[in-house]
Design a protein around this ligand. Structure first.
Ligand SMILES: Nc1ncnc2c1ncn2[C@@H]1O[C@H](COP(=O)(O)OP(=O)(O)OP(=O)(O)O)[C@@H](O)[C@H]1O
Length: 268
């Protein structure tokens, strides 16, 4: 079953400027798809369109269908906000680049994780407290992290909290939009490994958005390459890395290899 089917997606500004044109892809249950492209290529807007969260004034055309167990198959484009609220968190949830955008600076971490659990799963009292503890444990944070405010924990820990919140309603699809770009390199690797194991354990579908080919290649098995709002190439990670067809993809691969080569020379 496809959890997400995007077909002929177009996104325009209110003055008619096309930002994304005719983008199509799908992600099956347990599948992992990467959206890659340089800054401004339309990756984030595509991810936001999937959630029905485009900025005001922008319009989407084409089709974005979400289908998750226990929920009605829904065409997101043109859906009423009421319908989308029911889907967000459960059919699909997002982890953004900057965890602070997802977190309330004035609320303790535990309460923030409790909120979706209370609202969507109807948990209260001791059951809610237990579920918060479990959610923290799943993202490898100690139970005492529940009492911290976001500014009292590190960037990597904050991203773990954002992941715990995204997973609280057991979404069928997790969208990770540059989830490690704001983190130190060593912390990046830990958060990527955590995402990898959580997605596998829950057989979730993953849509992973990044400008970093090496990161996308490690996190996904299929890739769509975006350039100026258009999909210029798509295929398995293996094909994209070893036999890129489009000159833009070849450039991405060459730059990633140069960087890798430079790093190896530095380490030696
Ligand atoms: N709110 C907005 N109003 C007008 N144009 C926008 C808005 N948000 C994004 N854009 C434009 O849409 C295009 C695609 O943006 P998008 O954020 O999807 O790119 P991206 O590939 O995710 O890049 P980045 O990695 O830098 O976020 C860019 O040209 C951007 O300037």
């Amino acid at each position: 079953m496809n959890v997400l089917d995007v077909s002929g997606l177009g996104i325009r500004t209110s003055d008619g400027r096309a930002l994304v044109s005719d983008v199509s892809f799908s992600v099956g249950s347990g599948g992992r798809l990467g959206l890659i492209g340089e800054s401004g290529s339309g990756k984030s807007l595509t991810a936001l369109a999937v959630m029905g969260l485009l900025p005001p004034g922008m319009t989407a055309t084409g089709s974005v269908v979400l289908e998750a167990p226990g929920l009605p198959r829904t065409e997101v484009i043109g859906a009423a906000e009421r319908q989308l609220v029911g889907l967000r968190g459960r059919a699909a949830a997002v982890v953004f680049q900057e965890p602070l955008t997802a977190l309330d600076p004035l609320m303790r971490v535990g309460r923030q994780i409790a909120e979706p659990l209370r609202r969507r799963r109807g948990l209260r009292g001791a059951a809610l407290k237990r579920a918060v503890g479990e959610a923290l444990d799943q993202v490898r944070l100690p139970e005492r992290a529940a009492r911290a405010y976001p500014h009292e924990i590190s960037g990597g820990q904050r991203q773990r909290v954002a992941i715990a919140m995204a997973l609280a309603c057991e979404p069928a699809l997790l969208i990770a939009d540059e989830p490690t770009t704001a983190l130190d390199v060593t912390v990046q690797a830990e958060v990527l490994a955590l995402l990898d194991s959580l997605v596998s354990e829950r057989a979730m579908a993953l849509l992973f958005v990044s400008h970093d080919l090496a990161v996308v290649a490690g996190a996904t098995d299929r890739v769509v390459v975006l350039k100026d709002g258009e999909a210029v190439e798509s295929g398995s990670v293996d094909d994209i890395l070893h036999a890129p067809r489009h000159p833009y993809t070849r450039n991405l691969v060459t730059s990633a290899r140069h960087l890798e080569g430079a790093l190896e020379r530095t380490i030696r």
